[in-house]
Design a protein. Structure first.
Length: 223
């Protein structure tokens, strides 16, 4: 489902080059789960962003279900990202002026060629939010929700288009241990139920052990 070949990422820092990723090769099976661990600054989040089409590699290729992601024009890559890849971040990135329901609906509405199906999207979103335990929080804005509820809204938003790949960057980093466990249970249950490929970046090896596979990145390389 997801493959990276020879990924390098170099950032220009003044007159110096910062070589963050140094030749990453990686394959992730459909419906599998992978944890990426390593110290801060190792390149974990950079790799995740490149796998998801958010940040172009300096060299190398990324394939999503056989499709070369970075040969696509920007608008085509954005469309693929919206429909086939879901993101869950440590910071929820919810739109504060919209309700929880509207935040979850947003990617589905953006994927429509016509707004005529908006009513169907609303029903689908309401059903998903009830499944996530947010049935009585749909009309609340992010500022009226707890951290755990906001993360569930963010997870709902990532799932509304039934993505093939779910990329999670420290998804429990802002949650207490109990809420973090509930969030992980939710993500891994969705992995099994929806057969979505799940990739989780974490510094916590206890979290990593829940995945099918674990890789460690250090100094920009898989060790």
């Amino acid at each position: 489902m997801l493959r990276a070949d020879g990924i390098h990422k170099i950032y220009r820092d003044g007159k110096k080059d910062l070589h963050v990723l140094k030749g990453i090769d990686l394959e992730i099976e459909k419906a599998g789960s992978l944890a990426i661990v390593g110290p801060s600054g190792a390149g974990k989040s950079t790799l995740l962003h490149i796998l998801g089409g958010l940040d172009r590699p300096s060299s190398g290729k990324v394939f999503v279900d056989g499709l070369d992601l970075y040969t696509l024009k920007d608008n085509k890559r954005a469309g693929l990202r919206n429909k086939r890849i879901g993101f869950v971040f440590q910071f929820y990135h919810l739109l504060p002026e919209f309700t929880a329901l509207e935040n979850v609906m947003m990617p589905a509405l953006m994927a429509l060629d016509s707004r005529l199906k908006a009513q169907g999207i609303r029903k689908t979103t309401e059903s998903l939010m009830r499944e996530l335990g947010l049935g009585d929080r749909m009309q609340h804005r992010p500022g009226e929700l707890s951290g755990g509820e906001q993360q569930r809204v963010a997870i709902g938003r990532s799932l509304i288009n039934s993505p093939d790949v779910l990329l999670c960057d420290e998804p429990t980093g802002n949650l207490d241990s109990e809420m973090g466990e509930e969030t992980l249970d939710l993500l891994f249950n969705l992995n099994k139920k929806n057969h979505a490929t799940v990739v989780i970046v974490t510094h916590d090896r206890a979290i990593a052990k829940r995945a099918d596979r674990v890789i460690e990145i250090r100094d920009g390389r898989i060790i």
